[in-house]
Ligand binder design. Structure first.
Ligand code: FAD
Length: 544
């Protein structure tokens, strides 16, 4: 496809016109840029941060690292990139992942098309001109035929409004907005609010060298061992030789990890055999214990209880104080229905004399004061407060922008009763807008880059198809959108996810519609559906 228009100079006063604008320069936005450039399109990426990397640019808290096997997370499209990059650990830490993404950006010469420090405030569709008008917070404006959001699944940080938050005189930050420098906490009193996957990584690391650490926990989680270790020279060679096989495996598994559900029921084996299997999986690296377990642990409460009880037993064995162990023991939700945190000594952190756990269910926070955190029971003095309070997941980064479709309807109004999309990739009434890793998309319950690349490739193929057929406009039909939403709800209704308050369900954000935000059918089924739609000439879309 030849460029419809060529971009003017980035700093001129007239709005620049591009074939496509991408919002976000994380792993998915970068790949989308690469693919669209391959099609010959003039592309501009707007990125709020000052560098590439998305999640790995923003989240620099102590302990931040992969839960995906490093080598399954990197780009699969370039054999040369895979060959050049040596991951140092099976689950590498954030600085290494950021270096990897910076290296990829350099290798593919991506930086020249990315405008950094450019947070998009508005994207309005101009029906007459058939263009998206995109405006950043600083007033930079650009127009494009296509708009592609790659704004991330966990990229809109959420900090609860606790009374007195602004009164605090010490340092305080959300984990996604922490300092871009090493921090010495050895003589500090640190309060961490939260107990999800990020908090588990953070607490474990901070506990190793801190004056006093107080953890404020609302919900205890089922945490399982990461079992990380360095990659030795022999493994490095073997890994590089097996990239093709490994990526093919990831294409076929439910969550695009190396692990996949066991087709057997938890009750197909004896109690004794089940215990041996659980013990083996417990010692495996990564998500094997969750995503490589009996398939019915996510659908049958009785099967789930067998694994939940196994984890509860492990917690009791690892935490010295039985009262603390009980506080850390989840009893209000099924195993795996919240994002399972992977840990490397989390439970043992609570055996240290300078680490205290406060249960917010029995003693809620009353307010933040100038000097610390006050619960209904007592005051906890803090020098630093870290909010590990998660994200307005999946939809937050989209609804925080003023995105308006062809009739001027705001996306956040359209989604007031929960997201409506077709394939998680398009929205009726918003022509030529594609949402990579959007709502009701398999990428939200996935080894994200593997699902993200499926999204990017599907969108790129669609744009190529439009060019080849002299089409200029694509919009999902309302019927297709409604059918997709019903399908997503039907799929998840056969699982246990709906019963648990989690970010998967949007339940961590006050006022947010409670609904499963991803696609619960797994990547292979999702890909099949997307491919079938494309093969049928983009069924469910109006092309003009
Ligand atoms: C701490 C943490 C650990 C994680 N670990 C894993 C893991 O091990 N495995 C896994 O599969 N997933 C993991 N995830 C999920 C992770 O978000 C994805 O793996 C992946 O990084 C998503 O890539 P992305 O490009 O879609 O989005 P992101 O990496 O989130 O990038 C989105 C980009 O869009 C930008 N942006 C957003 N809104 C705007 C706007 N209005 N204007 C301009 N720019 C904007 C953001 O600044 C950001 O740079 C983790 C997430 C977190 C927070």
């Amino acid at each position: 496809m030849s460029s419809a228009s060529r971009a003017a100079h980035a700093n001129s006063t007239a709005p620049d016109i591009f074939d496509a604008i991408i919002i976000g320069a994380g792993i998915c936005g970068m790949y989308q840029l690469y693919r669209l450039r391959e099609l010959g399109l003039a592309v501009r990426v707007f990125e709020a941060g000052s560098g590439v990397g998305g999640t790995w640019y923003w989240n620099r808290y102590p302990g931040a690292r992969f839960d995906s096997e490093s080598y399954t997370y990197g780009y699969s499209f370039s054999a040369s990139l895979a060959e050049q990059w040596d991951w140092s650990e099976h689950f590498s830490a954030q600085p290494e992942t950021l270096r990897y993404l910076e290296f990829a950006a350099q290798q593919f010469d991506l930086l020249k098309d990315i405008q950094f420090n450019a947070r998009v405030a508005q994207a309005h569709y101009d029906k007459q001109a058939k263009q998206w008008i995109v405006t950043t917070h600083s007033g930079v404006q650009a127009r494009a035929h296509y708009l592609i959001t790659a704004v991330g699944v966990l990229s809109a940080p959420y900090t609860p409004s606790i009374s007195g938050r602004d009164e605090f005189q010490g340092e305080s930050w959300h984990t996604a907005h922490g300092p871009h420098r090493a921090i010495d906490l050895s003589d500090k009193r640190v309060g961490v609010i939260g107990a999800g996957a990020t908090a588990v990584q953070l607490i474990t690391e901070v506990a190793k060298n801190v004056g006093q650490l107080t953890v404020f926990q609302r919900t205890a989680n089922f945490c399982i061992p990461l079992n990380n270790r360095p990659i030795n020279t022999h493994e490095q060679t073997t890994l590089k030789a097996s990239y093709g096989v490994m990526f093919e495996r990831c294409r076929q598994t439910f969550g695009a990890f190396l692990h996949d559900f066991d087709p057997r029921s938890a009750f197909d084996v004896s109690d004794q055999e089940r215990e041996i299997i659980y013990e083996r999986l417990w010692n495996e690296p990564g998500f094997g214990f969750w995503l490589g377990n009996f398939h019915d642990i996510v659908s049958d409460p009785r099967a789930n209880e067998t694994i939940a009880e196994f984890v509860r037993k492990k917690i009791r064995q690892r935490v010295n104080d039985p009262v603390v162990a009980e506080r850390l023991t989840p009893r209000d939700h099924c195993f795996g229905t919240k994002r399972v945190p992977l840990e490397s000594g989390y439970y043992e952190a609570y055996n240290r004399p300078n680490v205290e756990l406060v249960d917010l269910k029995s003693t809620p926070i009353e307010q933040i004061t100038a000097t610390g955190i006050k619960t209904v029971e007592r005051q906890y003095p803090c020098d630093i407060i870290i909010f590990a309070t998660g994200f307005d997941a999946v939809t937050g980064a989209l609804t925080r922008m003023d995105i308006r479709g062809e009739e001027g309807i705001a996306l956040k109004d359209k989604w007031a009763d929960g997201p409506r999309t077709y394939l998680g990739l398009q929205i009726a009434g918003f022509p030529n807008l594609f949402t990579v890793v959007g709502a009701h998309n398999a990428a939200n319950f996935c080894n994200v880059p593997r699902c993200g690349e499926q999204n990017v490739e599907w969108v790129s193929d669609c744009i190529r198809y439009m060019g080849e057929h002299q089409l200029t406009r694509i919009t999902a039909t309302v019927d297709a959108e409604e059918a997709w939403r019903a399908h997503c709800e039907d799929v998840v209704s056969h699982t246990l996810f709906g019963a648990t308050d989690s970010w998967f369900m949007g339940a961590n954000i006050p006022g947010k519609k409670r609904m499963f935000l991803g696609y619960g059918g797994g990547l292979p089924r999702y890909r099949e559906k997307c491919d079938a739609v494309a093969a049928a000439g983009y069924q469910g879309f109006i092309l003009e």
